[in-house]
Design a protein around this ligand. Structure first.
Ligand SMILES: [Zn+2]
Length: 379
């Protein structure tokens, strides 16, 4: 048992981090861990933190290891933003905290899970802390790629790159850690294209599997302009379903908790003004979170949609590469028969464009409609 065992398919990165734990000369005060979504950036950061705080360099069984991995260790701070950006106020707090010596362990470890979401001002607030290292404080910054991180931050940290883990490694993790049937784990790992969190959800949630299939089936059904509008509306609706399924309950619970903390009755019809304003602030935050989450869900749907066109190309080429959507082989064949390879590539471009536009804040439905029009099959 070692803290590294759930960091899968990352031999090179793990070697670098382990060496830093073992040899102080290879240690540095700021690390930037990058890797595609679902590759396990935050899992790797937590494992590294545990290894630094464990007296045995990351045994995986002691009290230090356990408390780091479950997030309760006194010398570990994890900043995981729910909002669209990390604000200057939070960055200042972290920079302050960095000045303090660790309370029980050898290091004070500060993890920023979405370093790409630091606003420019927040990054400035951190800069001084990164420029003037404090002896026993270490920063672990996570982001999808170095380009996503403000250059001044990037240049002051050591970069470790994670790759997309192999399907087999993701499947093995789901079986070992989450007790999922091997066949289901294999399907989910492949369908999620090795995104660990997504694969686990697919494996556990039949509704999620159904929504995914519904999205993929749209590809072979768009012929007329009307079909395109309908497909775009369906895609948007599926995303909304997914979004509300996961947030409604949590939002309500957060609100109840806040009102209770403020010493009022959550059941009361009307609340005193000072409570109303705090509730309004929470609701605003929740709305921001929902917007971000909704955008992420649409983006994931588009990644799914891309995979069926990719499979059609693979089929046309007669390539021995595994299909992502082996369970939808008929739909893949239909697409491969209906479109030339050039048309398939154009379709993939259209999906890529929609992703970029949504990322750039174009209203999703608008971007999806434009995309769906480009996905029409020849009559
Ligand atoms: Zn340990």
């Amino acid at each position: 048992m070692s803290v590294w065992r759930d960091v899968i398919g990352q031999e090179q990165a793990v070697t670098t981090l382990r060496d830093a734990v073992a040899d102080r000369a290879r240690m540095t005060h700021a690390w930037l861990l990058t890797g595609p979504p679902g590759s396990g950036r935050s899992t790797a950061a937590r494992a590294f933190a545990a290894a630094l705080l464990c007296p045995d360099g990351g045994c995986g069984t002691c009290h230090e290891c356990h408390t780091v991995l479950d997030g309760s260790h006194a010398d570990l701070t994890v900043m995981a933003t729910q909002g669209l950006s990390i604000q200057v106020k939070d960055a200042r707090e972290l920079a302050q905290l960095a000045q303090h010596r660790p309370s029980v362990g050898a290091w004070r470890v500060i993890v920023i899970e979405d370093a790409d979401r630091l606003t420019e001002r927040a990054a400035d607030a951190l800069l001084k802390a990164l420029e003037e290292p404090v002896e026993r404080t270490v920063w672990l910054l996570c982001a999808p790629s170095v380009e996503d991180v403000i250059i001044t931050i990037r240049s002051r940290s050591r970069h470790v790159r994670l790759r997309t883990p192999p399907v087999a490694a993701v499947a093995e993790l789901l079986t070992r850690r989450d007790g999922i049937e091997p066949a289901m784990a294999e399907y989910a790992a492949r369908a999620a294209q090795s995104h660990v969190g997504l694969a686990r959800r697919l494996a556990r949630d039949e509704g999620a599997r159904g929504r995914r299939r519904d999205i993929l089936r749209l590809a072979g059904r768009i012929r007329s302009l009307g079909d395109a509008m309908e497909a775009a509306a369906n895609l948007a609706a599926i995303a909304t379903q997914e979004q509300s399924a996961s947030s409604a309950e949590r939002d309500a619970a957060e609100k109840t908790r806040l009102v209770e903390q403020l010493g009022a009755d959550p059941e009361a019809r009307t609340q005193p003004p000072h409570i109303r304003s705090q509730v309004a602030a929470l609701e605003k935050e929740q709305k921001t979170r929902a917007t971000r989450f909704g955008r992420d869900v649409v983006d994931r749907s588009l990644v799914d949609l891309l995979s069926i066109y990719r499979d059609a190309l693979v089929t046309q080429a007669g390539s021995p590469v595994d299909l992502v959507n082996a369970d939808l082989a008929d739909e893949v064949r239909t697409l491969a028969g209906a479109l030339s390879s050039e048309q398939l590539l154009l379709a993939m471009d259209a999906i890529g464009t929609a992703r970029e536009r949504i990322e750039a804040n174009v209203p999703p439905l608008l971007a999806l409609e434009a995309m769906a029009i480009s996905l029409r099959l020849p009559r």
